[in-house]
Design a protein around this ligand. Structure first.
Ligand code: KMH
Ligand code: ZN
Length: 277
């Protein structure tokens, strides 16, 4: 039987700015309104970054707390996944601040790669520090895979007892400097995932929507949003992440793939019911 589709909305990110796309939310209120709009269109998970008032990326725990409270007040059922990636160049201490709030779900990038003209650094000590803090806080991780070796690194961490299966992966394809976003790359990565894993695909830039369709057809899950791509079609800016979520929900309906209810999404991702945090 086809598993219902879980759509994640990556509504803000650390890099994209209002100058590039005016719909990018910065403040807690903007994040909450965008999260609510995405939930209405079918998103069940909000991948959350936060910003200072001027749009500078931050991993400040109080800024996360305010954003989470604002989102919870508008959409109590949505799953909030905090970023531990933050922005390139941040220290591990800064990156892991949102884990102090003991969230149910966070990201964990299991390798380093070029990231545009920068390098997104995730040495084994960094990965282990984040994974151990997440475990101590009872936070489930989504493993972010930007390149093929990241899956192997996650498996090495399972062997070392740092990560515990069943694992959940986000295959992030199309980052300039890492793995590209073609279907053959997706299929290769899928062939390397351990049995029993769940997976979602985040295509970056022009790869976002084609890879969403590919993931739906293969029984996986989908992440879209302004963090990864700001266009609904060539040269046409999205009015919000909700518009990209709406497109994915339409793809799912065309493919006769049901959208997960909030309850189904929790079960698929093996998460507890959202609490006040
Ligand atoms: N902003 C990227 C450097 C995550 O959220 O965990 C890292 C990132 C991954 O966005
Ligand atoms: Zn992110």
């Amino acid at each position: 039987m086809t598993q219902p589709l879980v759509i994640t909305a990556a509504i803000c990110g650390a890099e994209v700015t209002k100058e590039k796309c005016p719909a990018v939310p910065y403040t807690a209120q903007e994040l909450a309104l965008e999260a609510e709009a995405c939930f209405r269109e079918g998103a069940r998970v909000i991948h959350l970054h936060v910003r200072k008032e001027d749009g500078t990326p931050t991993q400040d725990r109080d800024t996360f707390r305010a954003a989470i409270e604002a989102i919870r007040a508008r959409v109590p059922e949505v799953i909030i996944q905090v970023s531990t990636g933050g922005a390139v160049g941040m220290s591990v201490e800064e990156r892991t601040q949102p884990l102090d709030l003991a969230p149910a779900f966070c990201t964990l990038t299991t390798g380093s790669c070029n990231f545009g003209d920068d390098v997104f650094v995730n040495t084994f000590p960094i990965i282990e520090a984040i994974a151990k803090k997440a475990r101590a806080k009872g936070t489930r991780v989504e493993i972010e895979v930007f390149d093929a070796g990241f899956v192997d690194n996650a498996l090495a961490l399972v062997r070392r007892g740092v990560l515990e299966p069943p694992l959940h992966f986000d295959l992030v394809l199309g980052v300039p400097g890492a793995m590209t976003g073609t279907e053959d790359r997706l299929d290769f990565l899928l062939s390397t995932l351990p049995e029993g894993s769940t997976w979602t695909v985040a295509g970056v830039g022009r790869f976002e929507l084609p890879l969403a369709r590919a993931a739906i057809a293969r029984g996986g899950h989908v992440r879209v949003g302004l963090e990864d791509n700001i266009y609904v079609s060539k040269g046409v800016l999205a009015r919000g992440s909700w518009e990209l979520v709406r497109m994915v929900a339409d793809f799912a309906r065309e493919a006769q793939r049901p959208i997960a209810t909030p309850e189904e999404a929790l079960k698929i991702l093996r998460l507890p019911r959202p609490g006040p945090k």
